[in-house]
Design a binder for this molecule. Structure first.
Ligand code: PEP
Ligand code: MN
Length: 359
């Protein structure tokens, strides 16, 4: 997957990062139009809305279905925004393409299912249309499954392809609705540097107040876009009400995000990383020297029939070093952990000397 094209052409006026916003679900024509019009006035160029909603349990709101496509067409006519919706079956793909949806996205429950992914890929290929596709990470933290889902779409001829990080399910209660596990999308980027990475802070956080900090974190990590749930009346939303923000709040969030200049950052970052590499080398040299001295002490103790563990000496070392470290501004607990690990290894090496009959 190394001949990808931008999800949306530069000419469409979409800046960096690419911003996608809209309600979790299309509920009524009025809700869709009111939300879209305000987002559009604020400069959002890509509108999202769920038409078919995958629900954990039966009985929840399962989306308005094809009827909502008519409202979305109206959004496009009135605002000129590009449209993106979630598809999970061949029929969804066909109806979406017929309605002129610009970008399809595949949800986290669907991307975890290779049969569904293949069905969607085949439907796209059969349509012969050049559509953009974004694939959310599967609900479980399985990078290979995510890559496999992306590859199925790529193999269907799609080149305007992107990956959405929406966090991963975990059992029990957590700060996040879906744990971010940032190292997974970062590994995806390492393996497929051309693949646009979009962050979905709404589904990671599950709470309005986490949308801004998660969006900032994503930008700091070089993500190319954000997909954020926005509803004209979040408290009345039929799905995911706790995580949706009004277009006004979204506008505020987007205007307060700090856009890092990647070229400047890369340059100064590489200088700082070089310093870290050098310091780590020095640290290893010093540690190695310390272990050598410690082994010599072991030899001395053996020859003088002294015990390896000298608790008083160990206590003195701990106290004086922790004091030094805190005076320097380091954390006492951190220093204790480091010193304990070093001490444990010194004792292990001295015992080795004691047990060595050749010495
Ligand atoms: C959504 O974007 O509304 C959605 C259902 O997301 P996910 O597939 O990430 O749960
Ligand atoms: Mn949602």
């Amino acid at each position: 997957m190394n001949d990808l094209k931008p999800i949306v052409p530069e000419a469409s006026g979409i800046g960096t990062p690419m911003i996608i916003a809209g309600p979790c679900s299309a509920e009524t024509r009025e809700q869709v139009m009111a939300t879209a019009e305000e987002l559009s006035r604020n400069g959002v160029r890509i509108f999202r809305a769920g038409i078919w909603k995958p629900r954990t349990k039966p009985g929840g709101f399962e989306g308005v279905g094809a009827e909502g496509l008519e409202w979305l067409k109206e959004v496009k006519e009135k605002t000129g925004m590009l449209l993106t919706i979630e598809v999970a079956t061949r029929q969804h793909v066909e109806l979406a393409l017929e309605a002129g949806i610009d970008i399809l996205w595949i949800g986290a429950r669907t991307s975890a299912n290779p049969f569904a992914m293949q069905e969607i890929a085949d439907a796209i290929k059969d349509s012969g249309k050049d559509v953009a596709v974004m694939v959310k990470n599967p609900v479980n933290p399985d990078l290979e499954l995510w890559i496999g889902a992306l590859q199925r779409i790529y193999n269907a001829g799609v080149r305007r392809l992107g990956a959405i990080h929406r966090g991963f399910s975990a059992y029990g209660k957590h700060l996040y609705r879906n744990l971010p596990q940032w190292h997974i999308p970062i590994e995806l980027r390492r393996r497929f540097p051309e693949m646009p990475l979009i962050c979905d802070p709404s589904h990671i956080g599950g709470k309005r107040e986490l949308v801004a900090p998660l969006s900032q974190q994503a930008l700091d990590m070089g993500f190319d876009g954000l997909i954020i749930e926005s509803h004209c009346e979040p408290d009345c939303a039929w799905s995911d009400k706790d995580q949706q923000v009004t277009p006004e709040v979204l506008n505020f969030i987007l205007n307060t995000l700090v856009h890092r200049d990647s070229t400047v950052t890369t340059e100064s970052l590489s200088i700082l990383r070089q310093q870290i590499d050098e310091l780590d080398n020095e640290l290893l040299e010093v540690l190695n020297k310390r272990m050598r001295v410690s082994r010599e002490i072991g030899q001395y103790k053996k020859e003088h029939r002294m015990p390896v563990l000298q608790i008083v000496r160990h206590d003195e070392i701990m106290q004086s070093r922790v004091k030094l470290a805190t005076d320097m501004g380091m954390d006492a607990e951190f220093m204790r952990t480091v010193l304990s690990a070093i001490h444990e290894e010194s004792v292990r090496q001295q015992i080795e000397i004691f047990n060595d009959r050749t010495r």
